[in-house]
Design a binder for this molecule. Structure first.
Ligand SMILES: C[S@@+](CC[C@H](N)C(=O)[O-])C[C@H]1O[C@@H](n2cnc3c(N)ncnc32)[C@H](O)[C@@H]1O
Length: 142
């Protein structure tokens, strides 16, 4: 049995996500470009992104729209369907322009997450104090 309870795992994952996103917001502050949210879910992270990045175009992907009524994305920027199909379909519009992509597809698998991060990305130093294995940061080398 794991030394951490499910409650603790959830707590640490959310703390890590919050800290990683704060880190990313600072890192992209001087760089223009759209943002991508992979996995709308209930819309909690989308709500966080839009509050901290109010000027950004935020493209949101999910197979269904199950977001809270007050966390609804702009319908023009909501792409419903399997991301394996909807993301490539937007490549012409987004490729080379996206400054931040938050992947919250419900996978706890590091290898699966690494595949999503795409080739050529590196793992930058993580914000201090975060537990290993809760959330992952990737960056395209300058
Ligand atoms: C953990 S939830 C996202 C939570 C959300 N970020 C929030 O803050 O409420 C994962 C979401 O990813 C979506 N998802 C997982 N795999 C997907 C895929 N291959 N294509 C499209 N959506 C997918 C699921 O439908 C689900 O809504």
């Amino acid at each position: 049995m794991s030394t951490l309870s499910r409650l603790e795992k959830t707590l640490f994952r959310l703390q890590a996500q919050h800290a990683c996103l704060a880190h990313a917001f600072a890192a992209i502050a001087s760089r223009p470009g759209p943002v991508v949210e992979l996995g709308l879910g209930l819309g909690r992270t989308f709500d966080h992104l839009r509050r901290h990045l109010p000027e950004r175009e935020i493209h949101v992907f999910d197979r269904v729209n199950g977001a809270y009524e007050d966390c609804q994305p702009d319908p023009a920027l909501l792409h419903l369907g399997e991301i394996e199909e909807t993301v490539p379909a937007l490549a012409g519009r987004l490729a080379g322009r996206v400054v931040l992509a938050n992947a919250d597809l419900g996978s706890h698998d590091r290898d699966c997450n690494r595949q999503l991060a795409l080739e050529g990305f590196e793992e930058p130093p993580r914000p201090a104090g975060l537990r290993e294995g809760c959330y992952y940061l990737y960056r395209r080398p300058a």
